[in-house]
Design a protein around this ligand. Sequence first.
Ligand code: SF4
Length: 231
Amino acid sequence: MQNKEKLNRLQEDNMTLGERLEIILPLLDERYGTDLHTYLEFNAQKPWQLLFSTILSAQCTDARVNLVTKDLFVKYPDLEAFARADLEEMEKDIHSIGFYHNKAKNLIGAARKLLSDYGGVLPSSVEDLTSLPGVGRKTANVVRGNVFGLPSIVVDTHVKRVSKCLGLTDQTDPVKVEYDLMEVLPEDHWILINLQGIALGREICKAPRPKCDGCFLHKGCRKWRLDHANG
Ligand code: SF4
């Protein structure tokens, strides 16, 4: 929280960011819990399987991913099997998942790079993870948080939207939102903010019309305070 300019920008409702967080974080913990085990529900036994499930999950439901990986991880039980897989056959194996052509290419490419550059062991740094085909910052942070337990912030559409409503960021670019949140949130809420932000975004703070009336966070929410100050 060293960035004074940023703090000033985020204070136009006359509440400091610290005051806002003191209200918001305990309420989020109370309502949505702090159990990280509920964070991901992929059928992944091995770290690389969690990475591959996450790659497959772009624009697709976790349930669909689990349905496909149930057979996929039996047919291709290790990285070597993925690395030598036939692209067309892999495309057929995952065809019920959107963007299957790119995803099949990325799975095979990621398996090959993991074997050639990392000795078959999943790396933990954002730089190394994002060097793998099909792995952006969001996927890298999912893996860092869930495989390695490293503090990391996953910014999806819900986290991006609710963070802006609450007044934790003014950015819309996910990477900039991630950096803002890393600056303002205590580390013990880096992984949690994704879990809690998704729950809040699905239940109450919905797009395009958040259900602000009666929202349990309204006292600390910048949007609520600005809407009511103006109205
Ligand atoms: S008060 Fe409205 S904008 Fe603020 S968190 Fe609740 S639902 Fe979202």
